[in-house]
Design a protein. Structure first.
Length: 408
């Protein structure tokens, strides 16, 4: 049965309609080092829909160019050939999200919203990290889960079962896909990229976005697209925006959080900006907006929560998760100073040993033991990070209605 499904998937991919003719020509032309702006402009102008979208996007606040761009040639001059190619490819990929009738229509809508969140977060991270080729990184985000779209589109009964199991068990989605299809969505996505002749810099991200990162290869300079998209994928799950199939974070997210290229403030800023940025991108590409109750609620006085953890990666994960839930986290600083209006403190056994919690023992500040949760959920270094369990634990431990301690 599995071999039969495997063969059927490959046949479905081979039968996929090609990308728009103009995008196919662009992919070929931009591989030619001697290609001229005139040739590229002529190809784009042959497709009125792509031309109009490129001009609409390049003249928007998304790019913030200081002068009006009225021709495709001007857009190429301002952005460069590769970025224009990536923008055209992005328009074509987003066009796939507008298909209508389907048994999993709601799931597909959530999938595309997650995909857009990852693409938008990827671009924001690239900007914060001062990386070039931001449009390539945006398109890598759009493509990273394209294999899921094909599996949902053509094997919706089997994929419905997979999604149900992903909700009911701790097993990662890609392992469940392997159980059913002997392929996971990353491998399916890589096959689709080869079928569409997508550039290797993009198909590499699609194929490898769930593979473990080796410490020795964890360098933004040599692996920027992949690391940025992996980071963006995890941020989109933390919020959450849309739904990718399950809420597990990749274990390597903790490794990424310790990278020198990603100052903690960068990712916190991206997390906070992402919901509004997605609205802009949806409007720009004329996509329907779907409200996310979890990410579009703001509190006038969010509870202040101190985070006193020895492990800095886990500390940053807690900070990002608290931010996504509407709390105001205050990471611990070695100078021992803390906000006197703290509502609660999340601490591990090391904080108690070093007497960091002494000021809170005779106050109304609620002290929450992180060690117990960690021992239950993070002991197996091979397992993914259960973000849903973490959020549930935080909700139970720190009610949003907590009042600050004013006894000082």
């Amino acid at each position: 049965m599995e071999n039969l499904l495997n063969e059927q998937i490959i046949k479905k991919i081979e039968a996929l309609p090609p990308l728009p003719a103009a995008v196919q020509q662009l992919l070929r032309l931009t591989n030619d080092p001697d290609v001229s702006i005139h040739e590229v402009s002529h190809v784009i102008s042959s497709d009125h829909a792509i031309t109009s979208r490129i001009l609409r996007v390049t003249n928007s606040a998304f790019y913030g160019f200081s002068r009006q761009i009225s021709t495709v040639s001007q857009a190429i001059m301002m952005m460069g050939l590769d970025e224009i190619r990536n923008l055209a490819l992005g328009c074509a990929i987003l066009g796939l999200s507008k298909r209508t009738a389907h048994p999993l229509r709601e799931v597909l809508d959530d999938f595309w919203r997650h995909t857009l969140a990852v693409a938008t977060a990827s671009r924001l991270i690239a900007y914060q990290a001062n990386l070039h080729h931001r449009e390539e990184i945006f398109v890598a985000g759009l493509l990273h889960d394209i294999g899921k779209a094909i599996l949902m589109e053509h094997f919706h009964e089997a994929y419905s079962k997979i999604l149900k199991l992903a909700k009911e068990t701790p097993k990662p989605l890609r392992e469940l896909e392997m159980d059913f299809f002997q392929l996971d969505h990353a491998e399916v996505g890589a096959l689709i990229c080869r079928h569409w002749k997508i550039p290797l810099s993009l198909s590499h991200v699609v194929e490898c976005h769930h593979l473990p990162l080796e410490e020795s290869d964890l360098q933004l300079e040599s692996n920027s697209n992949l690391i940025v998209v992996q980071t963006a994928n995890n941020l989109a799950k933390i919020l959450p925006i849309g739904f990718s199939g399950n809420r597990h974070l990749d274990r390597d997210f903790l490794k990424i959080l310790r990278m020198k290229d990603f100052h903690p403030e960068y990712l916190r800023q991206v997390l906070l900006e992402l919901p509004e940025e997605i609205k802009k991108v949806e409007a720009l590409f004329e996509l329907p907006h779907r409200r996310n109750s979890d990410t579009e609620t703001s509190l006038s006085s969010p509870p202040l929560v101190g985070v006193f953890l020895e492990n800095k990666d886990e500390s940053e994960l807690i900070v990002l998760t608290l931010l996504s839930m509407g709390y105001q986290p205050i990471p611990f600083k070695k100078d021992g100073n803390y906000d006197p209006l703290l509502n609660a403190v999340i601490a591990d056994s090391e904080a108690e040993k070093q007497n960091f919690l002494a000021p809170f023992h005779n106050s109304n500040v609620k002290i929450i033991d992180y060690q117990e949760w960690k021992e239950q959920h993070l002991q197996d270094v091979r397992s993914p990070l259960p973000i849903t369990h973490l959020k549930d634990w935080l909700k139970r431990s720190i009610p949003l209605s907590l009042e600050p301690d004013l006894t000082e």
